[in-house]
Design a protein around this ligand. Structure first.
Ligand SMILES: C[S@@+](CC[C@H](N)C(=O)[O-])C[C@H]1O[C@@H](n2cnc3c(N)ncnc32)[C@H](O)[C@@H]1O
Length: 320
C-alpha cells in the first residue's frame, strides 16, 4: 500500500459475527444481518449486481451525482474531510472528489477489509494529492474516526444502504453520525424512492441470478468464518416488495428439512422455512426529510432523476 493510504482496523469480525449469527438463527423467525453478505466475494458480487440491467439504483444515482456535481459541490462549500460509509468499490465518490472545493482527505469506511484496501489503493493512483484513511469498521454501531473534529466534514452514504436499517434504526444511525460532526457539517445520502412494485421486484430478481448468488453467499461466508456446514444448493433466493412496510425483503428459503451446524451450534430448518437476510426500505422525499429532521439534521435540499426513481439528499447537522 502506498504511503498516501493509511489503514485503520476498528473491527474484529469473528467474535461479533459469531454472537450475531447465533442470535439471529436462534430467533423463531430466523434472521441474518445484511452486513454479513460482504466478504471479498460478496463485495465482488454486489459490484456485479450494480451492472445488471434490472438494477436501476446504481446507474440512476450515478447520473444524479454527475448531472448535479457542480450544484452539490457549491451547496456543500469548502470541505476538508470527506467520509464515506460503505464505500465498496469507491466508484461513486469520484464525482465528489472531482468537484468538491478544498478537499484534503477521504475516509472510506467498510466492513469488507480486503476490498476496501484494494479500492483505496486504486483510488490513490488517480488522486495523488488526496490523503486517504481507509477504515475497516462497522458503522451500525457508534465509531470513533481518525479525523479532526474542528475541520469541516461531509459524510457521504450512497447506494440507499441506509434503507437496510429499519426506520427506527436509521434514526439512531443518523443520530450517531451527527455525533461525529459539528454544526454546519454535512451528510449527503442516496435514498431509493417508493415506486411501482414491478420495477422493484425486478431489480432484486435479476435474470442472470447475480442477486441470488449474492444472497446465498452469506451462507458461504458463515461456512468460512464460523465453521458452518450450510449447503447453499439446499436453499433458494426469495426477494419481494412488501408494500405495507415499504421495503424489499430478501430471504433464503430452505428447500428441505435439514440441520446445519455453525461453530458447533445446531440449527434445524423445516422445508420452506426462511432466513430473513435483508430489508431495503424505500422512502418518499417527504418521509426521508422527516426522518432526517427529527434525528439531528436539517434537510437542506435534494436532487432526483426525471422519473423520481432515486434521490440524493443533502442534510446539515443542526445545533443540539
Ligand atoms: C449496498 S453496498 C453499497 C456499495 C457502494 N457504496 C455503492 O453505493 O454502490 C453496501 C456497502 O456497505 C458495506 N457495509 C455494509 N454494512 C456495513 C456495516 N455495518 N459497516 C461497514 N460497512 C458496511 C458493504 O461492505 C458494502 O461495500
Amino acid at each position: 500500500m502506498s504511503s498516501q493510504v493509511k489503514s485503520y482496523d476498528l473491527y474484529t469480525m469473528q467474535q461479533k459475527m459469531l454472537e450475531e449469527v447465533i442470535a439471529g438463527l436462534s430467533k423463531p423467525k430466523k434472521t441474518l444481518h445484511a452486513k454479513y453478505f460482504y466478504d471479498q466475494t460478496g463485495s465482488e458480487l454486489f459490484e456485479q449486481i450494480t451492472q445488471q440491467p434490472e438494477y436501476y439504483p446504481t446507474r440512476t444515482e450515478l447520473t444524479i451525482l454527475m448531472t448535479h456535481q457542480t450544484a452539490i459541490a457549491d451547496r456543500i462549500g469548502p470541505v476538508h474531510t470527506l467520509i464515506e460509509y460503505g464505500s465498496g468499490s469507491s466508484r461513486k465518490i469520484k464525482s465528489l472528489l472531482n468537484s468538491l472545493h478544498q478537499l484534503e482527505e477521504y475516509v472510506p469506511i467498510d466492513i469488507s477489509k480486503d476490498y476496501l484496501l484494494l479500492a483505496a489503493t486504486e483510488l490513490a493512483k488517480d488522486y495523488p494529492n488526496l490523503k486517504i484513511k481507509a477504515v475497516c469498521g462497522d458503522y451500525s454501531t457508534p465509531i470513533t474516526l481518525p479525523v479532526d473534529p474542528l475541520l469541516k466534514k461531509v459524510i457521504f452514504f450512497p447506494g440507499s444502504t441506509i434503507g437496510n436499517f429499519d426506520p427506527d434504526e436509521a434514526g439512531r444511525f443518523l443520530q450517531n453520525s451527527a455525533q461525529l460532526l459539528k454544526d454546519g457539517d454535512g451528510f449527503l445520502v442516496g435514498v431509493d424512492t417508493k415506486k411501482e412494485p414491478e420495477l422493484l421486484n425486478l431489480a432484486y430478481n435479476d435474470g442472470a441470478g447475480v442477486t441470488k448468488a449474492f444472497n446465498l453467499n452469506i451462507l458461504k461466508h458463515i461456512n468460512t468464518v464460523l465453521a458452518g456446514t450450510f449447503d447453499p444448493s439446499c436453499f433458494e433466493h426469495v426477494a419481494f416488495y412488501n408494500e405495507e412496510e415499504g421495503r424489499i425483503e430478501m430471504h433464503i428459503k430452505s428447500q428441505i428439512d435439514q440441520t446445519v451446524q455453525v461453530s458447533g451450534h445446531a440449527f434445524t430448518f423445516k422445508e420452506g422455512e426462511t432466513i430473513h437476510t435483508e430489508n431495503s426500505y424505500k422512502y418518499s422525499i417527504e418521509e426521508f426529510q422527516l426522518l432526517a429532521n427529527t434525528n439531528g439534521f436539517r434537510s437542506v435540499t435534494y436532487w432526483t432523476d426525471p422519473n423520481g426513481h432515486f434521490s440524493v439528499h443533502y442534510l446539515e447537522k443542526t445545533s443540539t
